[in-house]
Design a protein around this ligand. Structure first.
Ligand code: MG
Ligand code: MG
Length: 626
């Protein structure tokens, strides 16, 4: 299977695009004509430069407004086509995309268009060129791949075929299974794009909101399954028009594209086992069983403060690393590692971000399979020299410069071996496990993060939620394993004035802003915390007055909640209780929660009040930037 991407999908000048595309692992590019015209090199130069980078040019595009024109205009259209054929010869590509006409004078009629394409096929054949016809969703007369196929079928020429584009088919809600009956060898090329489901003008939606397969809401995998079942074995190419991607880093966008394509084709192969897909076998999306640890890079006074905070949260130090300046803190099944080692990866993370989460350990069915899938979908393995007495635990680079370690049954002994930890974990304040980790990134980067997690793991994304910060909007999206064994909330900040945005700016992109621990009984935990000297984020009386109005809570319960600064939410399944710590180390915080009867959210309705309370504290300390 050859992979390809249209140059229009990525930002930068032509060279920057090519470098990013080659580095991400693609086999080829669709040359978008505008990108080529803007370059100063001659067609031969450009073609050579592309091939020197190890890339092929499977497609030149687009040629517009060809078919159905009245006589005088028709002749001109053929002349125009001949000029582009010349150019293609010099570039070194033999396939061109003709999209369905939007010309105001274009005439309808399947046979008229078929005749035009038959005549074009004759001219193309003489030059060794193939022409693919694509139905634009907003084409004047042809806007459905089924009509485009009928034109190609009637044109009946070896050099004329069909080009399919998932956006044009799925955007108009055309059943992709109609593709299954098209002969695979008459499909010359396939373009893929996803998009969020938004009701708007098709052309505007297509030009600005397309995204990578898996990032949007369209049934791209169903589309691709039909294409493969039809017998198509040519290149699979991304054609993405997206404002954010055009402003994004070329390398990031190219990597995302590659990840999405490989993930998609793996999914297609699994869904259509009777059809051969030319993709080397790889492990499937990995099943997650829980969070093994959260590791902080920290140092000096900040380390002391964090140890103190963990102590008031009921954590106990249960181990010290055999060779490194790293300690293990435990409570129930929740483990926190504080790494103060300057020469370690944590040392680098501390130098960049200050006290921050530098590593997360995830329990999976198979650690080695996880790393293998991660590498196949474009992630890099993380390797650090193993010291005496240390266990090798498979790891990769996550996004935002952090590390993910993977644990399976083979790694149970690591805590005893490396940290000398033995015996049952202390019960502490009754915190039992890590419920979720909240990661903060710029809004532009959110899609990369959700794609990363959902391609690697069996995780699904929830709908995007707007979180109102007093100083701006933060978009939040949760992704979770089906049984909730691992949950992440992604928070995309658009301005540095929001709590999330200022954290991002102040910490130079530290990837985790808060860690939430689950507990069995929040009221019992609150009682125990009162004895440890824990100081919760204070919530105002107004908040509790509103709770009393919105929910029928018993008076004693409400009073207890107010006394312990417990926040509350409810969904169709059950109830949710939260306590927040005060911010520490430049804007990080802990959250303690209890989910009752399958509550599935994260307390989003409480976020504006929580953020306001946090800002009151931070501003009170004379940090006006927030
Ligand atoms: Mg297209
Ligand atoms: Mg949270």
């Amino acid at each position: 299977m050859k992979t390809s991407i249209a140059t229009v999908s990525i930002s930068g000048n032509f060279n920057e695009k090519l470098e990013a595309i080659a580095a991400a692992g693609f086999d080829g590019i669709e040359i978008f004509e505008q990108d080529f015209i803007a370059d100063a090199g001659s067609p031969r130069d450009v073609g050579r430069r592309i091939r020197d980078m190890g890339l092929e040019i499977p497609l030149f595009q687009p040629f517009r407004d060809f078919e159905g024109l009245p006589k005088a205009l028709r002749a001109k259209a053929f002349d125009r086509a001949e000029r582009k054929f010349d150019l293609m010869g010099e570039l070194g590509t033999d396939l061109v995309l003709f999209c369905s006409s939007v010309h105001p004078e274009a005439l309808g009629g399947i046979d008229r268009a078929a005749e035009d394409f038959h005549a074009l096929g004759e001219r193309a054949a003489a030059r060794g060129i193939r022409v693919g016809y694509e139905a634009l969703a907003w084409g004047r007369h042809v806007n459905d791949h089924r009509d485009a196929w009928e034109i190609v079928r009637r044109a009946d020429h070896a050099n004329i075929g069909l080009i399919l584009d998932s956006f044009h088919t799925l955007g108009r809600k055309i059943d992709p299974n109609s593709i299954r009956s098209i002969p695979g060898d008459k499909i010359f090329f396939v373009q893929l794009a996803d998009a969020p489901m938004i009701e708007m003008d098709l052309l505007y939606w297509s030009r600005h909101f397309r995204n990578m397969p898996g990032e949007g809401d369209l049934a791209v995998s169903e589309f691709m399954r039909a294409v493969i079942a039809a017998g198509y074995r040519g290149p699979i190419s991304l054609e993405i028009f997206n404002d954010q991607f055009r402003a994004g880093l070329p390398r990031t966008i190219a990597k995302d594209g590659y990840r999405s394509l490989i993930g998609l084709m793996d999914e297609v192969r699994r869904a259509e086992p009777e059809v051969s897909v030319d993709l080397a076998p790889m492990p499937g999306r990995m099943e997650i069983r829980g969070t093994e640890f959260v590791e902080f890079a920290t140092r000096g006074a900040e380390a002391d403060a964090l140890k103190n905070l963990l102590g008031t949260l009921g954590f106990s130090k249960t181990g010290q690393h055999v060779t490194k300046a790293a300690s293990l803190w435990q409570q129930g099944d929740a483990r926190v590692v504080l790494n103060e080692e300057p020469g370690d990866f944590a040392g680098t993370a501390f130098n960049v971000h200050g006290t921050s989460v530098c590593d997360i350990g995830i329990r999976v069915r198979s650690a080695h399979e996880t790393v293998e899938r991660a590498i196949r979908t474009g992630s890099a393995p993380f390797v650090q020299p193993i010291g005496p007495g240390q266990m090798e635990i498979p790891a990769i680079w996550g996004l935002g410069g952090s590390i993910l370690h993977f644990f399976d049954d083979a790694h149970h002994g690591v805590w005893a071996q490396e940290f000398g930890q033995s015996g049952p974990a202390p019960d502490g304040a009754g915190l039992s496990h890590v419920d979720h980790v909240a990661q903060t990134m710029t809004y532009d980067e959110m899609l990369s993060w959700s794609l990363f997690y959902c391609t690697l793991f069996e995780m699904d994304k929830a709908a995007m939620v707007d979180v109102i910060d007093p100083d701006g909007l933060v978009r939040s999206r949760a992704i979770a394993a089906p049984d909730g064994a691992f949950r992440i909330t992604l928070n995309g900040a658009e301005t540095h004035r929001t709590l999330a945005g200022s954290f991002l700016a102040e910490s130079f992109g530290a990837p985790v802003q808060h860690v939430a621990f689950g507990c069995r009984d929040i009221f019992e935990t609150a009682k125990r915390l009162a004895a440890t000297g824990f100081s919760a984020l204070p919530m105002p009386e107004n908040y509790y007055a509103d709770l009393a109005a919105r929910f029928d809570l018993a008076e004693e319960q409400l009073a207890l909640m107010q006394a312990h600064n417990i926040l509350y939410d409810r969904d169709a399944a059950g109830e949710f209780f939260q306590i927040y710590s005060r911010p520490f180390a430049g804007g990080m915080f802990f959250e303690l929660i209890e989910r009752r009867a399958g509550y599935g959210g994260y307390g989003a309705p409480n976020a504006p009040f929580r953020i306001a309370a946090q800002k009151r504290l931070i501003r009170g300390k004379g940090m006006p930037k927030l």
